[in-house]
Design a protein around this ligand. Sequence first.
Ligand SMILES: Nc1ncnc2c1ncn2[C@@H]1O[C@H](COP(=O)(O)OP(=O)(O)O)[C@@H](O)[C@H]1O
Ligand SMILES: [Mg+2]
Length: 280
Amino acid sequence: MTDTLPPVLDVAGLTVSFPGAGGEQRVVDGISFVHPGGRLALVGESGSGKSMTARALLGLVAAPGVVAATRLQMDGSDLSGLNESGWQRLRGQRIGLMLQDPRHALDPVRRIGSQVEEGLRIHRRLGRAERRDRALSMLEAVGMPDPLRAYRAYPHQLSGGMGQRAMLAATLIAEPRLLIADEPTSALDRELREQVLELIGAQVDLRGMALLLISHDLPQVAQHCEHVLVMHRGRLVESLPASRLADADHPYTRMLWQCRPSAATKGRPLPTLNMLEAQT
Ligand SMILES: Nc1ncnc2c1ncn2[C@@H]1O[C@H](COP(=O)(O)OP(=O)(O)O)[C@@H](O)[C@H]1O
Ligand SMILES: [Mg+2]
């Protein structure tokens, strides 16, 4: 017997493949990692397989995609044998998903309040008044300046930043164990990105949840996570504490890290992967 809790995620040999003209194409190629809790970042350039990894963890890879893993566990329980209703329960109760653009994630013809309450309607037996109270306090918790107005608004009536706050509220209200945020700020302008990432981090800590923060922007997410996984062409090439990024060994990690704007790079082109590959 051990008294240590199992990790939030324990993943080994995770592969997502698609049939292609030249044979099977592995867009996620045998990755292994542990999410111990707290805030973990998954970074890599566009197309490296980050979203497919998230979809595999949520049971959302659609045919003809095929998911395989030697281990796929959450809080010590096996996910790989789940049927569709098991995955639905997992998505509604244990893992929340926040995406880049609220205009795709929120239903345009339903008021925000009703969409925030959704997680309560499906999974909790509460009266209408209590659902409404909880939704309003959640809208307040995510920093809506006028929660009642947001509650009554339609998605198109909110700005991008407010839309992301509404989506966070809708995700948090079911009290999931793990929040997967896939490029949650990529559609926002720079100043708002910081604010929204800070909000996500603060809410996750406050509620004792785990965070998997997915982004192509390593310097930005590194400030908001304790540990970083770096993905390149379907593989994990690096796993290290955020505090050690400046000393990373892998050239790809170094390249992503150097993409941060600073006095030294001002006025000079930022490095690109092609430049890196020309060197190796
Ligand atoms: N339905 C699909 N069929 C075949 N390949 C796909 C499909 N969806 C995505 N891919 C490929 O999988 C790779 C990884 O995609 P994705 O996980 O979305 O990358 P990221 O989120 O890191 O930008 C990309 O090369 C993409 O072209
Ligand atoms: Mg993606």
